[in-house]
Design a protein around this ligand. Structure first.
Ligand code: 13P
Length: 251
């Protein structure tokens, strides 16, 4: 039984005010709710990791980074290592988000190196994959996911130390969600590929999240799709009530 994971990716949004207040509000709700049947995670911008981590302390909500460098340390101005994220209190890090792939030209090989660096630092990488609108229209969605997965997964390690996020690029920030049928097809394809790459047992244990315009209004339907083990939430994670409602929609 895979426990669902609801992860909020704040992207490049949030100053200390109101970012820390948002984290505090969620932490208060989580403490009041007692043990949850699913995992919650917040990935704020790097300057907010420490204050948001402090706000979340004593709650069941985890902290994650949005990206890391593939090297441990050195002359890489502006970059953040996985070890630094771990040191700041993170348990997870997103790697290969489509916005990183597009804005920073990250290749599958780079994403793999980052995922491996994350694991070496004791973090769980959330490896993001997903096709563009053009690729879907051309009927290449599953082939693109296959290429990304086979070249960007870390090569070794336990399945519990890895999460996959399927985020079709055309559904990110657009209000357009993939249909439950599209999501079921993509997730089944991903799980079959993982079985080829990592073995049946590992593939069965791995969590595969869906991301792309997940909102309180569609969360229950998407989270009920077979093979969907949680959500990676952008815009709606910036509102405490909306993010909480998405978690509460876990079946
Ligand atoms: P939206 O939920 O804003 O579409 O963003 C999804 C996403 O990219 C999360 O990583």
């Amino acid at each position: 039984m895979r426990r669902k994971l609801i992860a909020g990716n704040w992207k490049m949004n949030g100053l200390r005010d109101p970012g820390v207040a948002l984290a505090r509000k969620l932490a208060d709700r989580a403490r009041a709710a007692g043990p949850l049947g699913y995992d919650l995670l917040i990935c704020p911008p790097a300057p907010l990791l420490i204050p948001v981590g402090e706000a979340l302390r004593g709650s069941a909500i985890g902290l994650g980074g949005q990206d890391c460098h593939n090297e441990r340390a050195g002359a890489h101005t502006g970059d953040i290592s996985a070890e630094m994220l771990e040191d700041a209190g993170c348990g997870y890090v997103l790697v290969g988000h489509s916005e990183r792939r597009a804005d920073h030209g990250e290749s599958d090989a780079t994403v793999r190196a980052k995922a491996e660096a994350a694991r070496a630092a004791g973090l769980i990488p959330i490896v993001c994959v997903g096709e563009s609108a053009e690729e879907r229209t051309a009927g290449r969605a599953l082939a693109v996911i296959e290429r990304q997965l086979s070249h960007s997964l870390p090569r070794a390690g336990e399945p519990s130390g890895l999460v996959i996020a399927y985020e079709p690029v055309w559904a990110i920030g657009t209000g357009r969600t993939a249909t439950p049928g599209d999501v079921a097809e993509a997730h089944a394809h991903i799980r079959a590929l993982l079985a080829d790459l990592l073995g049946e047992a590992a593939a069965g244990a791995l969590r595969i999240l869906y991301g792309g315009s997940v909102k309180p209004g569609n969360a229950a339907e998407l989270l009920a799709v077979a093979g969907v083990d949680g959500a990676l939430v952008g815009g709606a994670s910036l509102d405490a009530e909306h993010f909480w409602a998405i978690g509460a929609a876990c079946p």
